[in-house]
Design a protein around this ligand. Structure first.
Ligand code: AMP
Length: 214
């Protein structure tokens, strides 16, 4: 099963993707994570995209399509969860072509709907475990008092450089201008389902499960 999680920054795509990875033998393909990894390892591409990402703008279609193509042609899995990809119509077309080329298909697109106010609150309170990427929130899911990650016991936590109000405004603008047209694109293809992303993590996971098992 191949699935796209579609939604603005802070909708909970990464959190839900990790739950699906644990529950089903699926692989999460997050272009944001891949780009951050390229930055941390200091590759040429990582250096080129650093400023664009810090400003909250989208990196070029060519770069992210290349990253996804590499994964789709090398990784074997029972299914892929596309998290943060596609973000433009050109990326959506490219994904369709890549899946067809590798003999696969898209089974579902889930739009996670969350209002803007909640997004700002979530993102400015967000941190992640430096070892395993477990996501925390200062209000709803604080780092445990013993300072150890619930998932891996790691003790280093970090905040994303682009999780600040200025960058978030730009990321939301990019979402509404360039990514939200994908809602109509996948609706027209009959692939779109909508879940309320505002609930508790388990409730949202339950709603996603219902869509996938239908
Ligand atoms: P994310 O972790 O998905 O929030 O992505 C963080 C940043 O990486 C975005 O604000 C963009 O600058 C860049 N990025 C991630 N995925 C894409 C994509 N599919 N297309 C263009 N830029 C992307």
């Amino acid at each position: 099963m191949n699935l796209i999680l579609l939604g603005p920054p802070g909708a909970g795509k990464g959190t839900q993707a990790r739950i699906l990875v644990d529950e089903r033998n699926m692989v999460q393909l997050s272009t944001g994570d891949m780009l951050r990894a390229a930055q941390s390892s200091g590759t040429e591409m990582g250096k080129r995209v650093a400023d664009v990402m810090a400003r909250g703008e989208l990196v070029t279609d060519e770069i992210v399509i290349g990253l996804i193509e590499e994964q789709l042609t090398t990784v074997k899995a029972d299914g892929f969860i596309f998290d943060g990809f596609p973000r433009t119509l050109a990326q959506a077309d490219a994904l369709g072509a890549l899946l067809a080329k590798t003999g696969q298909s898209l089974d579902a697109v889930i739009e996670m709907r969350v209002d803007d106010e909640a997004l700002v609150a979530r993102i400015t309170a967000r941190s992640t475990c430096g070892d395993c990427g477990e996501v925390y929130n200062d209000i709803t899911k604080p780092i445990p008092a013993d300072g150890k990650c619930v998932n891996c016991g790691g003790t280093e936590f970090k905040r994303r450089a682009d999780d600040n109000e200025d960058s978030l405004k730009q990321r939301l603008m990019e979402y509404y201008k360039k990514t939200s047209p994908l809602i109509g694109y996948y609706y027209a293809k009959g692939d779109l389902s909508v879940v309320d992303g505002l609930g508790e993590i388990d409730e949202v996971a339950g709603a996603i499960r219902t869509v996938l098992d239908a």
